[in-house]
Design a protein around this ligand. Structure first.
Ligand code: G3H
Ligand code: 13P
Ligand code: ZN
Length: 333
């Protein structure tokens, strides 16, 4: 048993309280490898932004859970080395799907876990979430739960259709489970294809898809029922069209990829939404940079020469999200 406190990590409790009161959101960035982690820490240290490092089940399988945990521990020291005196870094399990997985993360030094039982019937979601909360709280590890179902497909996370969160359920759910934050479904979804073309209109000038707006009415209803309670948005990548264009111009094929407009996320961050999950945008930044190098310099075979530019591009992206979308810069001085 390792406590996250010994690793210099923090849980989400204070962070979320301040974010809800301050009208900003904490970035939750997924990481699977060293370059992504370096870029996240560089951007967070430079902007003095609190940050949540997210590890999915897929990331654990890809990179090895022990290695990821030590990388997060190293990230705290790296942040200090970069001049961030008091780094506020959370190590969070993203989309935990069983009690055993959540327990294993708590036991190995995670400071926060998500139990995603949103696909189960309501009472089963409550029972499993409560079981995780009861265990995690013994070690002061915070727990995110989910109500409502996001559409979209990821390696380990999939749902054909979305079902908006039902505001009439949230008080009962939060009270009976004791969860610390709640992920809700208001129209976001995972991946780079968040909406089908038939759900969108097209900008006549650019020909690009314009997605339907998020269900802010559902968000406001939830906020009314649970004033000040930390709300989380998954599936919040914006799918920057400049990356899609670079990828497509250098041999890729991402037709009609579309995300959540950043103004809507900025709007959400001013409300009780205090954690915004971004993974796909970092994948796009990395892929765009790597494809460009491969296309322009076909003789290049030193990984540092293509992963280095990818890291720089991801850092730029993370800084932009922190400063211009989430508003979390300077909140962890
Ligand atoms: O919510 C899903 C995250 O983007 C993680 O995706 O399961 O492919 O690692 P993954
Ligand atoms: P995106 O696919 O929109 O980046 O969402 C990531 C996410 O929700 C991770 O849990
Ligand atoms: Zn997610």
């Amino acid at each position: 048993m390792v406590s996250y406190k010994e690793l210099g990590l923090v849980n989400t409790r204070e962070m979320f309280k301040k974010a809800v009161a301050g009208g900003y959101a904490i970035p939750a960035f997924n990481f699977n490898n060293m370059e992504q982690l370096q870029a996240i820490i560089q951007a967070s240290a430079e902007t003095k932004s609190p940050v949540i490092l997210q590890v999915s089940k897929g990331a654990r399988n890809y990179a090895n859970q022990t290695l990821l945990r030590y990388m997060a521990e190293g990230a705290v020291e790296y942040a200090k080395e970069l001049g961030w005196e008091h780094p506020q870094i959370v190590l969070h399990l993203d989309h935990g799907d069983s009690f055993e997985l959540c327990k294993s993360c708590v036991d190995m030094g995670f400071s926060s876990v998500m139990i995603d039982a949103s696909a189960l019937p309501y009472e089963e979601n409550i029972a499993l979430t409560k079981k995780v909360v009861d265990y995690a709280h013994q070690y002061d590890v915070t727990v995110e739960a989910e109500l409502g179902v996001l559409a979209g497909v990821e390696d380990e996370v999939s749902a054909e259709e979305s079902h908006y969160t039902r505001p009439e359920e949230v008080i009962d759910f939060a009270t009976r489970t004791g969860c610390d934050s709640l992920a809700i479904s208001i129209g976001t979804s995972h991946g780079a294809y968040k909406f089908k073309p038939e759900q969108c209109t097209r900008d006549p000038k650019t020909g690009r898809l314009v997605p339907p707006p998020l269900a802010f009415d559902v968000l406001h209803e939830v906020e009314k029922k649970l004033p000040g309670f930390p709300i989380v948005l998954h599936g919040s990548s914006s799918v920057p069209q400049e990356y899609v264009d670079i990828i497509n111009a250098h041999g890729g094929k991402l037709p009609d990829a579309v995300g959540i407009p950043e103004e809507q996320l900025r709007e959400a961050a001013k409300s009780a939404v205090c954690k915004i999950n971004i993974d796909s945008d970092s994948r796009l930044a990395m892929t765009a940079a790597v494809r460009k190098v491969f296309d322009e310099k076909p003789g290049e075979f030193d990984p540092r020469k293509y992963l280095g530019p990818a890291r720089d591009e991801m850092k730029k992206l993370y800084m932009h999200k922190i400063i211009n979308v989430l508003g979390s810069d300077g909140k962890a001085e």
